[in-house]
Design a binder for this molecule. Structure first.
Ligand code: BG6
Length: 473
C-alpha cells in the first residue's frame, strides 16, 4: 500500500527522547546509592565503566533546560532501584528519593511529561547476591520498590514502564549481567528468571492501577520484526518460531497472562521449563497493561539450519547483534539481509521494518503503542566551533519517523516516539564512543574532559520536527 496523502501525526503526540539511569547519571556511589549489577560488571579494554557516564546526576538542570529547548513533550528516564533501596530492600534512602523529586519537579516545571522506567537493567547488587531474579523473593521486593515509586512520585508521573527489554535480559543474560557468567543450567535459570520478572511486572501493574487510577503503565520489550531468509517453508517456520520466542513470549504474558504454545514447547524440548503455579498464572492474567511500549532498532533475518543448502544471505555473527540475540541454532540461524544497509556497528538499518513491527504489535494486542527507543549509534566527531554534523543520524531518524507516520496512517494507535537517546550516554557494552544523543557530551572513554554539552545538528533538526508536529521532516 502506498499512500498519496498520509495522515498527520495526532494532536498531543508525545515527541520525546530516552535515557536510562545507569547510562547517564554517573554518581554511582553518591548520596547513599548502593551498587547495582552494572557497577560490578567487567568491561572490555578501552571501554569506559559507568561511574561517571554523562554526569547527569549533577547536571540534570542544565540537561532538562536543553530538553525543553529541544521541545520535548515527554522525557523517558529510569529510576535507579539501588538509589532508593541501596540493598534492594530494607532501608529506604531519603537522599535518593530527594534526587528523583528534584529531577521530576524540574521536568514538570518545563512542561515536559515524565515517562518513568522502574527498572532498566540495574538490579541492586545486594539482591543479585541473594540470587537476583532466580530468587522468587525478588518479586516481592520489586513490588515494594514499585510501591515506593508510585506513592512518592505518582502525583507527578502519569506514565510508567515496568521493565526495560526483559526479553534482551533473558536472551543475553550473561552479557547484560542478569545472570553471573558460568551459572550452571544457565538457560533454564534464565527462563525461571523470566517467569519471576513477569510476576513482578504483573504485580506492579496491578498495584499501579490500585494506587494511581489515573496513571498508565506498560511493558517495554525490544521488538524486532523477523524476516525469513527465503521463501523456503523451513526458513519461514524458523522465522515464525524465532518471533514467538524472541518477541511474543514476553508480550503474550504481559497482555494475556499466558505462555504461547511455540515458546512453551521450545522450553519443554530443551529442558528450560520454569516452575510455574496456577496461582502465579492467575496473577499474570490479572495484571493488565494500558499500553505497550517497544524499543526498535532493526529487523532480524533468520533461516533454518540446513547443512549443505545454499541460502540467499550468509550466516552472521550473533554476538554483537541484539536483534538476533540468544536461543540456539536448532531453532534458527541468523543470516545477512542483502537488501539492507548497516550502521558503523554492523546493525542493520530497516525503517520499513519499523512500520511492519508497529503494525504487527498493534494487530496482535490492540493496545495503544509508544516507541521508547529507536536510534543510531555512531562515532560522532566534534568539529571546530564545537559542532557535530550528524547528518547520518538525521537520515536514520527521518526515515524511521516517515515509516511511523505510515503506520499511524495504516491505523496503528501510536501516541508517542522517544528516540534513543536524549543526550550522549554510555552504551550497554560499547562505551561512550558509540553515541546516540541529540546533545554531545564532551568526554572520551577515559578522559572526562569538561563534560560540556553541545547541540548537534540533529538537535536543531528534531526541534523543527517537534515544532511542526512531524510535518517538517
Ligand atoms: C537497548 C537498551 O537495548 O538498546 C539501551 O535499552 C541501550 O540501554 C540501547 O543503550 C542501545 O544498545 P547499545 O548496546 O548500542 O548501547
Amino acid at each position: 500500500m502506498k499512500q498519496a496523502v498520509v495522515k498527520p501525526f495526532p494532536d498531543h503526540f508525545l515527541w520525546g527522547a530516552s535515557t536510562s539511569a545507569y547510562q547517564v547519571e554517573g554518581a554511582w556511589n553518591e548520596e547513599g546509592k548502593g551498587p547495582s549489577v552494572i557497577d560490578k560488571a567487567s568491561f572490555h579494554d578501552g571501554i569506559t565503566d559507568f561511574t561517571v557516564t554523562s554526569d547527569h546526576y549533577h547536571r540534570f538542570q542544565q540537561d532538562i533546560k536543553l530538553f525543553a529547548e529541544l521541545g520535548l513533550k515527554t522525557y523517558r528516564f529510569s529510576i535507579a532501584w539501588s538509589r532508593l533501596y541501596p540493598q534492594g530492600d530494607g532501608r529506604l534512602n531519603e537522599q535518593g528519593l530527594a534526587f528523583y523529586d528534584r529531577l521530576i519537579d524540574e521536568i514538570c516545571r518545563h512542561g515536559i511529561e515524565p515517562l518513568v522506567t522502574l527498572y532498566h537493567f540495574d538490579l541492586p547488587w545486594a539482591l543479585q547476591e541473594k540470587g537476583g531474579w532466580s530468587n522468587l523473593a525478588t518479586v516481592t521486593v520489586f513490588e515494594r520498590y514499585a510501591r515506593t515509586c508510585f506513592e512518592r512520585f505518582g502525583d507527578r508521573v502519569k506514565y510508567w514502564l515496568t521493565i526495560n527489554e526483559q526479553n534482551i535480559m533473558i536472551l543475553k543474560g550473561e552479557i547484560i549481567g542478569t545472570l553471573p557468567p558460568g551459572t550452571p543450567n544457565a538457560q533454564q535459570m534464565l527462563y525461571q528468571q523470566n517467569h519471576h520478572m513477569m510476576l513482578a511486572q504483573a504485580k506492579a501493574m496491578i498495584l499501579c492501577h490500585q494506587l494511581l487510577p489515573e496513571a498508565k503503565i506498560g511493558p517495554a520489550p525490544n521488538i524486532s520484526c523477523v524476516y525469513a531468509a527465503s521463501a523456503r517453508p523451513e526458513d519461514v517456520l524458523a522465522a515464525n518460531n524465532f518471533s514467538a520466542i524472541r518477541n511474543w513470549l514476553y508480550l503474550d504474558l504481559a497482555v494475556h497472562g499466558r505462555y504461547n504454545a511455540v515458546a512453551w514447547r521450545f522450553m519443554e524440548e530443551k529442558g528450560y521449563l520454569p516452575a510455574v503455579t496456577e496461582q502465579e498464572m492467575a496473577i499474570l492474567r490479572a495484571g493488565k497493561p494500558d499500553f505497550i511500549a517497544f524499543n526498535y532498532y532493526a529487523s532480524a533475518t533468520v533461516g533454518a539450519d540446513l547443512p549443505g543448502e545454499a541460502r540467499e544471505g550468509e550466516e552472521v555473527q550473533q554476538v554483537e547483534d541484539q536483534q538476533l540475540a540468544g536461543i540456539d541454532r536448532t531453532v534458527y540461524v541468523g543470516t545477512n539481509n542483502p537488501h539492507l544497509g548497516r550502521n558503523q556497528f554492523g546493525w542493520y538499518i530497516d525503517p520499513v521494518g519499523f512500520r511492519i513491527t508497529a503494525r504487527e504489535i498493534y494487530e496482535r494486542y490492540n493496545l495503544p503503542l509508544i516507541v521508547t527507543e529507536n536510534g543510531l549509534g555512531a562515532f560522532d566527531t566534534l568539529e571546530a566551533g564545537n559542532k557535530v554534523y550528524d547528518d547520518y543520524r538525521i537520515d536514520y531518524l527521518r526515515q524511521h519517523i516517515e515509516q511511523l507516520q505510515l503506520a499511524i496512517d495504516d491505523g496503528v494507535a501510536l501516541f508517542g516516539y522517544c528516540p534513543w537517546s536524549a543526550l550522549d550516554l554510555v552504551s550497554t557494552h560499547q562505551g561512550i564512543g558509540k553515541r546516540y544523543g541529540f546533545i554531545y557530551v564532551n568526554r572520551d572513554e577515559h578522559d572526562l574532559k569538561d563534560l560540556a554539552r553541545y547541540r548537534k545538528k540533529s538537535f536543531f533538526w528534531y526541534q523543527r520536527v517537534i515544532a511542526s508536529n512531524g510535518a517538517n521532516l
